[in-house]
Write a protein that binds this ligand. Structure first.
Ligand SMILES: *[C@@H]1O[C@H](CO)[C@@H](O)[C@H](O)[C@H]1NC(C)=O
Ligand SMILES: *[C@@H]1O[C@H](CO)[C@@H](O)[C@H](O)[C@H]1NC(C)=O
Ligand SMILES: *[C@@H]1O[C@H](CO)[C@@H](O)[C@H](O)[C@H]1NC(C)=O
Length: 307
C-alpha cells in the first residue's frame, strides 16, 4: 500500500512537471493531432499530366540506418498556397487497395489509407505559388513498408490527388528494430520487446545477450501480431489501418545486479542465415533493498515520434 501511494505521488509530480513544461513552451499544442485535419476519406482524383513528384534516394538505410532524410521535388503548373504533399506507406494507396464497403452510409473512397506525414508544398520554397516548383525534406523511419509521396490540391479538408511519386524503400524493410526494455517479473529479469517483418514461420526470433565484454548467450522470443479484422470498425479497419508487423518479446533472466549488459536481436532464417539488429546495452537492476539511487520516468506512449 505504502509503495502504491508513493508511485501515485510520483505520477502527480510527473504530471505537474509536464504541465510546467507545457507552459514554458506554450507553442506546443497537445490537443489536436495534426494528421486528423486531413479529410482523406473525401479525397477525389484530379490527376494532372504535367505535374510531377520525384523522391530520392531510392534505397534508404544502405549502412543499416533505421531513419533517413528523403528529398522530394515537385512541379505543378497550377500551384496554390494550400497544396500539400502526403507521405504514404505502403506506397501503393490507390482504390485497388480498398476493402469492400458494406455500410451504405460510407462512400466508396478513392484512397484507402491515410498519410503518415504531410507538409505544405510551400514549406521550404516560399516562391512555390509563382514558380510551381518546390523541394521538401521528409525524415522517414523504417516501418516494414515502402513509401510514396502524393501532391494534393484543395487543402487538407477537400483533397484532390494531383500526382504520385516513384516508390522508395529501406534496404531491409523487415529488419528487427526499436527494442523496448521493461523490468521483468522479478528484479533480475529484463524484458526486451521489438518489431520486425519476420513471422514465426519465416524465422526464429531470439535475443543474444551477456555481460559487456563477456561471452553472449541466447534467449528465445515469442511472436505476436494483430490483424485488420481484430479492429472493431472504420476508420481503424479502413483508412486508419497500418500493418503492425510482428511484435517479439524475450525475457532475459538471472541478470547480475548493477551490471552492464550488451544485447542484439536476431532472426534465424530457415536457410541458416541470420538477420541481426544493432548492438544495444542496458544496466541491470540493483539487488532489492540495496542502497542505490532510483529514478523514475513516467510517460504515456511507447510509439516513435519525430518532433
Ligand atoms: C504556405 O501555405 C500555408 C497553407 O496554405 C499558409 O498558411 C502559409 O502562409 C504559406 N506560406 C508562405 C510562405 O506562403
Ligand atoms: C492502382 O495501382 C495499380 C498498380 O500500380 C494500377 O494498375 C491501377 O491502374 C491503379 N488504379 C487507379 C484507379 O489508379
Ligand atoms: C537465405 O535467405 C535470405 C533471404 O531470402 C537471403 O538473403 C540469404 O542470402 C540466404 N542465405 C543463404 C546462405 O542462402
Amino acid at each position: 500500500m505504502e509503495s502504491f501511494q508513493s508511485v501515485k505521488m510520483l505520477m502527480i509530480l510527473a504530471l505537474m512537471g509536464l504541465q510546467n513544461f507545457g507552459r514554458a513552451t506554450t507553442r506546443i499544442n497537445f490537443g489536436e493531432q495534426p494528421l486528423s485535419k486531413i479529410a482523406i476519406h473525401k479525397a477525389t482524383l484530379a490527376l494532372h499530366d504535367s505535374a510531377s513528384v520525384r523522391a530520392h534516394p531510392l534505397v534508404l538505410g544502405l549502412k543499416g540506418e533505421d531513419t533517413e532524410w528523403v528529398i522530394v521535388n515537385l512541379e505543378y503548373p497550377n500551384p496554390s498556397e494550400d497544396d500539400w504533399v502526403g507521405v504514404f506507406s505502403p506506397g501503393e494507396f490507390n482504390s485497388s487497395t480498398c476493402l469492400p464497403v458494406n455500410d451504405p452510409k460510407e462512400q466508396t473512397p478513392y484512397i484507402c489509407s491515410a498519410p503518415i506525414k504531410y507538409k505544405y508544398a510551400n514549406h521550404s520554397s516560399s516562391d512555390y505559388t509563382k514558380t510551381g516548383k518546390a523541394t521538401l525534406n521528409f525524415q522517414l523511419i523504417n516501418q516494414r513498408a515502402d513509401f510514396s509521396f502524393a501532391l494534393f490540391s484543395g487543402g487538407l479538408s477537400n483533397p484532390k490527388l494531383v500526382a504520385v511519386s516513384n516508390f522508395i524503400s529501406f534496404y531491409n524493410p523487415k529488419a528487427p528494430l526499436y527494442p523496448r526494455l521493461a523490468q521483468g517479473k522479478s528484479w533480475n529479469e529484463m524484458t526486451v520487446t521489438w518489431t520486425s517483418g519476420y513471422d514465426i514461420n519465416k524465422a526464429v526470433p531470439f535475443v543474444e545477450f551477456g555481460l559487456k565484454g563477456d561471452s553472449q548467450m541466447r534467449s528465445p522470443a515469442g511472436t505476436l501480431t494483430f490483424h485488420r479484422n481484430s479492429m472493431c470498425g472504420s476508420p481503424a479497419r479502413t483508412v486508419g489501418w497500418r500493418d503492425p508487423g510482428f511484435i517479439h518479446t524475450s525475457f532475459l533472466k538471472n541478470l547480475w545486479p548493477n551490471s552492464m549488459y550488451t544485447y542484439r536481436m536476431g532472426h534465424l532464417l530457415s536457410n541458416g542465415s541470420y538477420i541481426w539488429s544493432k548492438i544495444y546495452s542496458f544496466k541491470a537492476s540493483p539487488y532489492p533493498g540495496q542502497d542505490s539511487l532510483q529514478r523514475v520516468i513516467i510517460f504515456g506512449d511507447m510509439g516513435k515520434v519525430i518532433l
